[in-house]
Design a protein around this ligand. Structure first.
Ligand code: UDP
Ligand code: MG
Length: 324
């Protein structure tokens, strides 16, 4: 019975003091269930990543791990954002386990499908994506914007799984490969499909947040979408060149038209048309510069190669069971 895999459930938490006491027993119950069914090792754990919370989140994590050594945690020195917190947890868990499942701590993702994920791993899959079967609990705006984002990114060449967020199982081999991706701005949803290996999806319904409120307001959603697009595709820059040719072609027609008009003696005041063309072209130029600037900014950030996170504290409660 020694070769059942060790599972680490990795859970990023930012200001979640309201939610953690409610959801931690749910994660524990699922872990116990999987251990009792002998699908995972008794050494499996739930690892919380405190992403620089300002409330009592870290205290709650410490007290959970003191009471029960199936819980453990790491704390980042400051708030680094969901993606970095998740990455920190995955890389920390990498050498301690055979599989990780990442999930948000707010109970929105159906914890019960973890069993199906583990079954798929036992059947030979290295990565198992949790996919939302429907998004009826999201607002119309969130649903619509998310769908546009997935479609846009896929059309631009980024390979992301439709309606999958960061609820997924990753095996050790894929994690080792993931650790070689060194970019500072990591968009995990786009990078993990690049890692390859056999993968599959499991489907679930997403619930409302159990308590507390979302940390993804519109501004953060736009920033994540921009990071995703500029991190995965250079097509927007190429698009500028095509657009430039198109506008030049239109301007060429405009010039011919203006010359013909003046040769025919129908000279017009021309103020309005000149102003329109100037305004239009300035707009196009600014948009183009903005897109190029976005990529240059990205090079600027990547080239410095700053560390993506810094772990300031860890709970230290040792192995869960010496003999398994
Ligand atoms: N989160 C984090 N750092 C942040 C923001 C969020 O670790 O800066 C965590 C948060 O605690 C939660 C997960 O990321 O476990 C998803 O966040 P949230 O539920 O607020 O996003 P939503 O589900 O609304 O997209
Ligand atoms: Mg949430």
């Amino acid at each position: 019975m020694n070769n059942v895999p060790v599972l680490y459930i990795v859970i990023p938490c930012y200001n979640e003091e309201e939610v953690l006491p409610l959801t931690s027993p749910m994660f524990k119950a699922e872990l116990d269930l999987l251990i009792n069914k002998n699908k995972i090792s008794k050494n499996s754990k739930i690892m919380f990543v405190n992403d620089g919370s300002r409330d009592k989140t870290w205290e709650i994590i410490c007290s959970l791990s003191e009471k029960d050594n199936h819980f453990c945690g790491i704390s980042l020195s400051r708030n680094k954002g969901h993606q970095n917190a998740l990455l920190a947890g995955l890389l920390e868990a990498k050498d301690k386990c055979d599989i990780t499942i990442s999930i948000d701590c707010d109970g929105q993702d159906d914890i019960a499908v973890m069993e199906e994920m583990v079954d798929s791993y036992l059947d030979g899959c290295e990565i198992v994506y949790g996919v939302r079967a429907e998004r009826s609990t999201d607002t119309f705006f969130k649903r619509f914007s998310a769908q546009m984002f997935y479609k846009l990114l896929n059309n631009l060449g980024g390979e992301i799984v439709y309606n999958h967020a960061d609820y997924r199982l990753i095996g050790k081999r894929a994690l080792n490969e993931l650790s070689k991706y060194q970019e500072t701005e990591m968009f995990l949803r786009g990078i993990i499909p690049m890692v390859g290996f056999k993968s599959t999806s499991v489907y679930y319904n997403r619930n409302e947040r159990i308590s507390g409120k979302s940390h993804y307001p519109l501004s953060k959603m736009i920033s994540l979408a921009l990071k995703g697009i500029t991190g995965l595709s250079v097509k927007p820059i190429r698009f500028i060149a095509f657009f430039g040719f198109f506008v030049s072609f239109l301007s060429g027609i405009g010039i011919i038209w203006a010359v013909v008009e003046s040769l025919l003696g129908k000279t017009i005041a021309g103020w309005a048309s000149t102003t329109c063309i100037v305004c239009f072209l300035s707009g196009v130029q600014l948009i183009s510069l903005g897109i190029i600037g976005e990529y240059i900014g990205k090079i600027f950030i990547e080239v410095k190669h700053r560390p993506r996170y810094c772990i300031s504290e860890k709970t230290d409660n040792g192995p869960t069971d010496e003999n398994s």
